[in-house]
Ligand binder design. Structure first.
Ligand code: NAD
Length: 237
Protein backbone atom coordinates (compact mmCIF):
# COMPACT_ATOMS: atom_id res chain seq x y z
CA UNK A 1 0.00 0.00 0.00
CA UNK A 2 1.22 3.51 -0.84
CA UNK A 3 2.35 5.21 2.36
CA UNK A 4 -0.05 7.95 3.42
CA UNK A 5 1.34 11.49 3.40
CA UNK A 6 0.12 13.25 6.52
CA UNK A 7 0.06 17.00 7.13
CA UNK A 8 -0.89 18.35 10.56
CA UNK A 9 -1.93 21.93 11.31
CA UNK A 10 -2.16 22.95 14.95
CA UNK A 11 -3.60 26.04 16.60
CA UNK A 12 -3.77 27.61 20.03
CA UNK A 13 -6.16 24.88 21.30
CA UNK A 14 -3.39 22.25 21.41
CA UNK A 15 -1.52 24.31 24.01
CA UNK A 16 -4.61 25.13 26.10
CA UNK A 17 -4.14 22.11 28.39
CA UNK A 18 -0.55 23.27 29.00
CA UNK A 19 -1.97 26.47 30.48
CA UNK A 20 -1.35 28.76 27.49
CA UNK A 21 -4.54 30.64 26.82
CA UNK A 22 -6.07 30.43 23.35
CA UNK A 23 -6.54 33.41 21.12
CA UNK A 24 -10.14 34.31 21.44
CA UNK A 25 -12.11 34.17 24.61
CA UNK A 26 -15.86 34.41 24.31
CA UNK A 27 -15.55 38.16 24.63
CA UNK A 28 -13.20 38.32 21.62
CA UNK A 29 -10.18 39.36 23.69
CA UNK A 30 -6.69 37.81 23.86
CA UNK A 31 -5.40 37.89 27.45
CA UNK A 32 -7.70 40.89 28.05
CA UNK A 33 -6.47 42.83 25.02
CA UNK A 34 -8.16 43.68 21.75
CA UNK A 35 -6.21 42.06 18.90
CA UNK A 36 -5.73 45.40 17.14
CA UNK A 37 -4.02 46.78 20.27
CA UNK A 38 -1.30 44.15 20.46
CA UNK A 39 -1.04 42.04 17.31
CA UNK A 40 -0.75 44.38 14.33
CA UNK A 41 2.09 46.43 12.77
CA UNK A 42 -0.06 49.51 13.42
CA UNK A 43 -0.18 48.74 17.14
CA UNK A 44 3.63 48.38 17.22
CA UNK A 45 4.03 51.73 15.45
CA UNK A 46 1.52 53.49 17.72
CA UNK A 47 2.47 52.04 21.11
CA UNK A 48 5.57 49.79 20.95
CA UNK A 49 5.94 49.71 24.76
CA UNK A 50 2.49 48.18 25.19
CA UNK A 51 3.02 45.59 22.42
CA UNK A 52 6.49 44.76 23.77
CA UNK A 53 5.20 44.22 27.31
CA UNK A 54 2.38 42.02 26.01
CA UNK A 55 4.78 39.72 24.12
CA UNK A 56 7.38 39.77 26.89
CA UNK A 57 4.69 38.32 29.18
CA UNK A 58 3.93 35.62 26.63
CA UNK A 59 7.69 34.93 26.30
CA UNK A 60 8.25 34.71 30.06
CA UNK A 61 5.32 32.29 30.29
CA UNK A 62 7.28 29.84 28.11
CA UNK A 63 9.52 29.16 31.13
CA UNK A 64 6.49 28.09 33.17
CA UNK A 65 4.58 25.75 30.85
CA UNK A 66 5.13 22.18 29.71
CA UNK A 67 3.99 20.20 26.67
CA UNK A 68 0.87 18.09 27.17
CA UNK A 69 -0.06 14.61 25.86
CA UNK A 70 -1.35 16.11 22.57
CA UNK A 71 2.08 17.57 21.69
CA UNK A 72 3.71 14.28 22.68
CA UNK A 73 1.26 12.23 20.58
CA UNK A 74 1.96 14.32 17.48
CA UNK A 75 5.71 13.92 18.02
CA UNK A 76 5.13 10.16 18.06
CA UNK A 77 3.10 10.40 14.83
CA UNK A 78 5.97 12.29 13.19
CA UNK A 79 8.56 9.79 14.43
CA UNK A 80 6.64 6.70 13.40
CA UNK A 81 5.09 8.00 10.18
CA UNK A 82 8.10 9.31 8.29
CA UNK A 83 7.46 12.42 6.20
CA UNK A 84 4.65 13.74 8.41
CA UNK A 85 4.66 17.52 8.09
CA UNK A 86 3.82 19.53 11.21
CA UNK A 87 2.71 23.11 10.65
CA UNK A 88 1.72 25.21 13.63
CA UNK A 89 0.05 28.58 13.99
CA UNK A 90 1.41 28.65 17.52
CA UNK A 91 4.25 30.85 18.59
CA UNK A 92 5.10 28.69 21.63
CA UNK A 93 7.75 25.96 21.50
CA UNK A 94 5.67 23.18 23.06
CA UNK A 95 5.79 20.96 19.97
CA UNK A 96 9.59 20.99 20.05
CA UNK A 97 9.62 20.33 23.79
CA UNK A 98 7.10 17.52 23.25
CA UNK A 99 9.65 15.80 21.00
CA UNK A 100 8.89 17.10 17.49
CA UNK A 101 12.08 17.74 15.57
CA UNK A 102 10.72 19.46 12.52
CA UNK A 103 8.05 22.11 13.15
CA UNK A 104 7.06 24.85 10.73
CA UNK A 105 5.97 27.95 12.69
CA UNK A 106 3.88 29.80 10.12
CA UNK A 107 3.18 32.67 12.54
CA UNK A 108 6.69 32.97 13.98
CA UNK A 109 8.03 32.16 17.43
CA UNK A 110 8.26 33.61 20.90
CA UNK A 111 11.78 32.27 21.59
CA UNK A 112 13.37 34.54 19.02
CA UNK A 113 13.41 38.30 18.51
CA UNK A 114 13.90 40.05 15.19
CA UNK A 115 16.09 43.07 14.41
CA UNK A 116 13.86 45.83 13.08
CA UNK A 117 16.57 46.98 10.66
CA UNK A 118 18.20 43.82 9.27
CA UNK A 119 15.24 41.47 9.77
CA UNK A 120 17.56 38.86 11.33
CA UNK A 121 16.22 36.67 14.13
CA UNK A 122 18.13 35.76 17.29
CA UNK A 123 17.24 33.23 19.98
CA UNK A 124 16.89 35.49 23.05
CA UNK A 125 15.50 33.76 26.12
CA UNK A 126 18.21 34.87 28.60
CA UNK A 127 16.95 36.80 31.65
CA UNK A 128 18.25 40.11 30.29
CA UNK A 129 16.10 39.71 27.16
CA UNK A 130 12.92 38.87 29.05
CA UNK A 131 12.39 42.14 30.91
CA UNK A 132 10.07 45.03 30.08
CA UNK A 133 12.88 47.11 28.53
CA UNK A 134 13.37 46.81 24.77
CA UNK A 135 16.05 44.39 23.57
CA UNK A 136 18.71 45.37 21.01
CA UNK A 137 20.28 43.27 18.28
CA UNK A 138 23.73 41.75 17.95
CA UNK A 139 23.77 41.98 14.16
CA UNK A 140 24.07 45.71 13.39
CA UNK A 141 27.22 47.76 14.07
CA UNK A 142 25.16 49.99 16.36
CA UNK A 143 22.59 47.70 18.02
CA UNK A 144 19.05 48.30 16.81
CA UNK A 145 15.75 47.71 18.56
CA UNK A 146 14.22 44.27 18.18
CA UNK A 147 10.56 43.37 17.69
CA UNK A 148 8.65 40.20 18.58
CA UNK A 149 9.47 37.57 15.94
CA UNK A 150 5.83 36.82 15.27
CA UNK A 151 3.56 37.33 12.27
CA UNK A 152 1.01 40.01 13.08
CA UNK A 153 -2.37 40.50 11.47
CA UNK A 154 -1.77 42.10 8.10
CA UNK A 155 1.66 40.42 7.69
CA UNK A 156 2.46 37.45 5.47
CA UNK A 157 2.69 34.05 7.19
CA UNK A 158 6.05 32.31 6.82
CA UNK A 159 6.62 29.70 4.09
CA UNK A 160 3.19 29.71 2.41
CA UNK A 161 4.60 28.16 -0.76
CA UNK A 162 6.01 25.18 1.10
CA UNK A 163 2.77 24.92 3.10
CA UNK A 164 0.56 24.81 -0.01
CA UNK A 165 2.89 22.28 -1.66
CA UNK A 166 2.59 19.97 1.34
CA UNK A 167 -1.15 20.50 1.78
CA UNK A 168 -2.02 19.93 -1.87
CA UNK A 169 -0.04 16.68 -1.97
CA UNK A 170 -1.15 15.09 1.27
CA UNK A 171 -3.49 12.13 1.73
CA UNK A 172 -4.54 13.06 5.26
CA UNK A 173 -4.88 16.61 6.59
CA UNK A 174 -5.30 16.82 10.36
CA UNK A 175 -6.22 20.02 12.20
CA UNK A 176 -5.91 20.24 15.99
CA UNK A 177 -7.14 23.10 18.19
CA UNK A 178 -7.94 25.84 15.71
CA UNK A 179 -11.06 28.00 15.57
CA UNK A 180 -11.01 28.54 11.79
CA UNK A 181 -11.03 32.32 12.18
CA UNK A 182 -7.48 33.21 11.18
CA UNK A 183 -6.71 33.16 7.44
CA UNK A 184 -4.91 31.91 5.40
CA UNK A 185 -4.45 29.01 7.88
CA UNK A 186 -8.20 28.46 8.18
CA UNK A 187 -8.49 28.01 4.39
CA UNK A 188 -5.95 25.18 4.20
CA UNK A 189 -8.48 22.48 5.05
CA UNK A 190 -10.61 23.37 2.03
CA UNK A 191 -7.53 23.38 -0.22
CA UNK A 192 -6.56 19.93 1.10
CA UNK A 193 -10.08 18.58 0.67
CA UNK A 194 -10.43 19.90 -2.88
CA UNK A 195 -7.09 18.25 -3.71
CA UNK A 196 -8.51 14.93 -2.50
CA UNK A 197 -7.19 14.59 1.05
CA UNK A 198 -9.14 12.98 3.89
CA UNK A 199 -9.64 15.83 6.38
CA UNK A 200 -9.70 15.24 10.13
CA UNK A 201 -10.42 17.60 13.01
CA UNK A 202 -9.66 17.35 16.74
CA UNK A 203 -11.10 20.38 18.53
CA UNK A 204 -12.94 21.27 21.72
CA UNK A 205 -15.93 22.61 19.79
CA UNK A 206 -17.03 22.87 16.14
CA UNK A 207 -14.93 25.60 14.45
CA UNK A 208 -16.33 27.99 11.84
CA UNK A 209 -15.01 25.77 8.99
CA UNK A 210 -16.31 22.48 10.46
CA UNK A 211 -18.15 21.53 7.26
CA UNK A 212 -14.79 21.07 5.48
CA UNK A 213 -13.86 18.09 7.66
CA UNK A 214 -14.61 14.46 6.76
CA UNK A 215 -13.93 13.23 10.29
CA UNK A 216 -14.61 15.28 13.42
CA UNK A 217 -13.48 14.43 16.97
CA UNK A 218 -14.81 16.90 19.52
CA UNK A 219 -13.06 17.10 22.89
CA UNK A 220 -9.79 18.02 24.56
CA UNK A 221 -6.79 17.30 22.34
CA UNK A 222 -4.68 16.04 25.25
CA UNK A 223 -7.33 13.45 26.05
CA UNK A 224 -8.21 12.42 22.48
CA UNK A 225 -4.98 12.55 20.50
CA UNK A 226 -2.89 9.85 22.21
CA UNK A 227 -5.58 7.22 21.45
CA UNK A 228 -6.31 8.55 17.96
CA UNK A 229 -2.61 8.56 17.00
CA UNK A 230 -2.34 5.01 18.30
CA UNK A 231 -5.23 3.84 16.13
CA UNK A 232 -4.07 5.80 13.03
CA UNK A 233 -0.58 4.30 13.31
CA UNK A 234 -2.08 0.84 13.58
CA UNK A 235 -4.24 1.47 10.50
CA UNK A 236 -1.42 2.94 8.43
CA UNK A 237 1.24 0.34 9.28
P1 NAD B 1 -8.06 30.16 18.47
O1 NAD B 1 -7.70 30.62 19.82
O2 NAD B 1 -8.74 31.11 17.55
O3 NAD B 1 -8.94 28.84 18.59
C1 NAD B 1 -8.57 27.81 19.46
C2 NAD B 1 -9.50 26.64 19.22
O4 NAD B 1 -9.05 25.58 20.05
C3 NAD B 1 -10.97 26.90 19.57
O5 NAD B 1 -11.80 26.46 18.51
C4 NAD B 1 -11.20 26.08 20.83
O6 NAD B 1 -12.49 25.50 20.86
C5 NAD B 1 -10.17 24.98 20.67
N1 NAD B 1 -9.69 24.43 21.94
C6 NAD B 1 -9.58 25.03 23.16
N2 NAD B 1 -9.09 24.17 24.06
C7 NAD B 1 -8.87 23.00 23.40
C8 NAD B 1 -8.38 21.73 23.80
N3 NAD B 1 -7.97 21.47 25.04
N4 NAD B 1 -8.30 20.75 22.86
C9 NAD B 1 -8.70 20.97 21.58
N5 NAD B 1 -9.20 22.16 21.16
C10 NAD B 1 -9.26 23.17 22.05
O7 NAD B 1 -6.69 29.61 17.81
P2 NAD B 1 -6.12 29.61 16.34
O8 NAD B 1 -7.15 29.13 15.38
O9 NAD B 1 -4.81 28.90 16.45
O10 NAD B 1 -5.81 31.13 16.02
C11 NAD B 1 -5.11 31.84 16.99
C12 NAD B 1 -3.92 32.66 16.54
O11 NAD B 1 -3.35 33.20 17.73
C13 NAD B 1 -2.84 31.84 15.91
O12 NAD B 1 -2.51 32.47 14.75
C14 NAD B 1 -1.65 31.91 16.88
O13 NAD B 1 -0.51 32.45 16.25
C15 NAD B 1 -2.01 32.87 17.97
N6 NAD B 1 -1.91 32.29 19.34
C16 NAD B 1 -0.96 31.37 19.65
C17 NAD B 1 -0.90 30.81 20.91
C18 NAD B 1 0.19 29.81 21.20
O14 NAD B 1 1.25 29.87 20.59
N7 NAD B 1 -0.04 28.86 22.10
C19 NAD B 1 -1.81 31.16 21.89
C20 NAD B 1 -2.79 32.12 21.55
C21 NAD B 1 -2.82 32.67 20.27
Amino acid sequence: MKPKRVVVLTGAGISAESGVRTFRDNDGLWENHRIEEVATPEAWAADPEKVWRFYQERRRQMNEVEPNPAHIALARLQREREGTVLITQNVDDLHERGGSEDVHHMHGQLLTLRCEVSGRSEQRMDDASLGDDFAFCNCCSSPKRMRPDVVWFGEMPIGMEMIYDAVLQCDVFLVVGSSGHVYPAAGLVRAAKEAGAHTVLVNAEPPTNVEAFDEVHLGAAGELLPGLVDSWLNEMN
